[in-house]
Design a binder for this molecule. Structure first.
Ligand SMILES: Nc1ncnc2c1ncn2[C@@H]1O[C@H](COP(=O)(O)OP(=O)(O)OP(=O)(O)O)[C@@H](O)[C@H]1O
Ligand SMILES: [Mg+2]
Length: 553
């Protein structure tokens, strides 16, 4: 038991002081807590807390600073500071911190400055801190540092462990409150963003010229006005499960695709179909074309089908028109070619027949008759062979595919030609890669193609000055057997390259110009491709690629 200087019982005094102290602490924590829940403005919040700490907790002063974007202090609030604080505020905003603040950046513990006057000579506040101490603490929640708080307290409280705990607790509460504000702000932003993108999306969908719909359990639960608006159509276009407005010839196919999509056999539908725009499936009704894209989606938690339908009637019509026009053009070209090819021998026949008639009428030299008949025979043969080639081209016989190694046939056929080539001063080089797999082909047709290409190359080099070489190669690349025929001739000018595969296109006076179109046709029938490229040495290079499907490796 102790007495103080005035002779009062100190124990009782202490107890009363402790109870008062405890009450103040509780009130402070309660008021700070209340403010943290009710105040959503960060600046008002920290100012309010500083006021509470000074008024209720009895601190001499308190100041709180918060980090904004880019980890720079953007808000500072204070209470109870009488000395000029502006220069300190400015420094803090410029990242020039006081000693106590520096400590909060490196440690989560409450930092105690027992005697600021001595310890913090640089600090503008310290001069007024005689008999006072300071506590500084960071405002941290879940490893995020929101800022710091500095309070000025009576010197005797500085070493009080409880006081440090109270300051730590209040700082944790403030940090949590700031975290809550952050969350709230983010939620608001996200909600706003979501609402804006929902509106944008809705506007986009509503104004789309396509018909977009969502189907759940065969029911259309959403559809925009899409096609209907533009075409003023009444049809639902795509209305499961019966699809009554789909044209009857396409209905079974569409039903099947839809069922396959629902049962996950396919992941997506991408097809076109015909539909009856006015919803009645009558033969005399207008029929339009639609392009459909359908995918499964989750819509409001229910498995649904999202469809996007575009009316493509107009483009189908244009496509059809172009196809007919293209056919007419090639028909015209072929007809002109045939006419051109037949006209010469036919007029020959006419002239010879006239000569025969003259001999007969005038009882002329009968010995000439046989040679005239021979000429007529030759002209008729020419006509027949032209017609046969045209017939072969337009109606080729069904190829007899077999599994075979093309090298054997190519080797055989080129042995014969290389002799003829040598006589014309052409060197023939062949590189048949023995690793090419067997493939499904009609070897005699492929031989025909190779011979045609070699003949063309030889013809191209006929008048050509310089080294004459034809190189033939076979090899395998990824999924193809490749055959190339290359020459050292004049090559094919770019402008001509697109024409050389056209029937009857020729630059030779005595040829019909049907060779390459037949080659092209044969290779297409094999599912392959025939292309022409300039070769490295300026000549022409023809590349045949035969696909390796149906191929024995
Ligand atoms: N290797 C080549 N070098 C240069 N030009 C070529 C070559 N191969 C083809 N051409 C050009 O392509 C044209 C068409 O060739 P295509 O084989 O179809 O007909 P053609 O050889 O003229 O006549 P046909 O083959 O009916 O006797 C040729 O007239 C020629 O101008
Ligand atoms: Mg030819």
């Amino acid at each position: 038991m102790f007495f103080n200087r005035q002779g009062f019982l100190v124990e009782k005094d202490l107890k009363i002081r402790k109870i008062d102290h405890l009450n103040l602490v509780l009130m402070t924590i309660r008021d700070v807590g209340r403010l943290l829940i009710t105040e959503n403005d960060r600046e008002k919040l920290i100012k309010g807390i500083c006021d509470i700490l000074v008024e209720k907790r009895g601190y001499y002063n308190a100041w709180i600073s918060l980090f904004g974007n880019h980890k720079k202090i953007d808000l500072i609030a204070d209470s109870g500071i009488k000395s000029p604080f502006d220069s300190l505020k400015k420094n803090i905003k410029n990242q020039q911190f006081t000693r106590c603040v520096e400590h909060t950046l490196v440690s989560e513990k409450v930092f105690v400055v027992n005697d600021p006057v001595k310890e913090c000579t640089q600090c503008v506040l310290s001069k007024k801190y005689s008999n006072r101490s300071a506590l500084a603490v960071r405002l941290e929640y879940e490893e995020r540092n929101y800022g710091f708080m500095v309070v000025s307290i009576p010197k005797e409280l500085a070493s009080d462990k409880n006081e440090k705990n109270i300051v730590k607790e209040i700082s944790d509460d403030i940090a949590f409150g700031l975290y809550r504000l952050d969350l709230e702000e983010r939620r608001k932003f996200t909600e706003q963003d979501l609402e804006q993108s929902r509106i944008r999306f809705k506007t986009l969908i509503e104004n789309s010229l396509n018909r977009i719909s969502i189907i759940q359990n065969h029911e259309i639960v959403y559809e925009n006005s899409g096609i209907r608006k533009i075409h003023g159509l009444m049809s639902k276009v795509f209305d499961p499960p019966e699809f009554l407005d789909v044209y009857f010839e396409d209905r079974a196919r569409i039903k099947q695709l839809y069922t396959q999509l629902l049962s996950n056999k396919i992941r997506h539908i991408e097809t076109d179909f015909r539909y009856c725009p006015f919803g009645k499936d009558k033969a005399d009704q207008e029929i339009r074309w639609a392009l459909l894209s359908a995918t499964k989606i989750d819509y409001l938690g229910v498995e649904s089908v999202l469809t996007n339908i575009m009316d493509i009637t107009d483009s189908k019509e244009v496509e059809n028109f172009l196809r007919i026009q293209d056919k007419m053009t090639s028909l015209g070209r072929v007809t002109a070619g045939i006419a051109h090819e037949i006209r010469n021998p036919l007029s020959g026949i006419y002239i010879y027949l006239k000569a025969l008639k003259k001999i007969y009428n005038q009882m002329g030299d009968i010995t000439k008759v046989v040679s005239i008949i021979d000429k007529i025979e030759l002209a008729s043969y020419k006509i027949e062979s032209i017609i046969k080639r045209v017939m072969d081209f337009s109606k080729p016989s069904q190829p007899q595919f077999i599994m075979t190694n093309l090298n054997d046939y190519i080797d055989e056929v080129t042995k014969l030609t290389s002799v003829t080539l040598r006589k014309s001063g052409i060197r023939f080089e062949k590189y048949l890669n023995s690793n090419i797999p067997k493939c499904f082909a009609e070897p005699h047709l492929i031989e025909q193609v190779i011979l045609n290409l070699i003949t063309n190359a030889a013809e191209a080099m006929k008048e050509f000055q310089g080294e004459k070489i034809i190189t033939l190669k076979t090899f395998k690349n990824d999924n193809h057997v490749v055959i190339t025929v290359k020459d050292t001739g004049p090559g094919i000018p770019l402008a001509r390259q697109s024409k050389i595969f056209d029937p009857f296109y020729t630059t030779k006076s005595t040829s019909s110009g049907i060779g390459l179109s037949i080659c092209h046709r044969i290779i297409l029938d094999h599912g392959g491709s025939l292309k022409c490229q300039p070769s490295e040495n300026g000549g022409a290079k023809f590349i045949i690629e035969l696909p390796l499907k149906n191929i024995e490796v």
